[in-house]
Design a protein around this ligand. Structure first.
Ligand code: FES
Length: 146
């Protein structure tokens, strides 16, 4: 008697579990598809609008110095606390990529040209033209190319 009761209980439980699983699968799939397809295009527009590749964060740029991003061929400097500038990393003398930022200048290893971190102007030849400015935006602590 006891054994028979147990078998029925197990069968009922299995049947109920199966039914619940079927309902969950149907309901879950239907609900997920609706809102997801509606909100996805909106999300893409929101992320593409402010655009700009994030280069770095502000805490990575030393005050009075800068950092070179060879992949993007850009130098980001912070001449004064909280003021950020960006320049091309291509030396205007003969096109080498600048290699270091020290003592307030951006330095080219090829022939010794140096550029001021504040405005990219020539601090030491043989280069005669300044490094062209690049456009960046700083949002919070994020530095982005624009
Ligand atoms: S290419 Fe930079 S100093 Fe000549």
């Amino acid at each position: 008697m006891t054994y028979e009761t147990t078998r029925r209980t197990v069968l009922l439980a299995t049947g109920a579990t199966g039914a619940v699983a079927l309902v969950a699968a149907c309901g879950g799939g239907g609900d997920d598809n609706g809102p997801a397809s509606t909100s996805s295009p909106t999300g893409q527009e929101a992320t593409s609008a402010p655009a700009g590749e994030e280069l770095t964060t502000t805490d990575q740029i030393p005050v009075g110095g800068g950092k070179i991003f060879k992949g993007q061929q850009v130098v980001v400097t912070q001449p004064e606390q909280g003021r950020f500038k960006a320049f091309s990393a291509i030396c205007t003398h003969q096109g080498c990529t600048v290699a270091s930022v020290s003592d307030g200048t951006i330095n080219c290893p090829c022939h010794g040209s140096k550029y001021h971190v504040a405005d990219g102007s020539v601090a030491h030849g043989p280069a005669t033209r300044p490094l062209p400015a690049e456009q960046i935006t700083v949002e919070g602590n994020s530095v982005r190319l624009t």
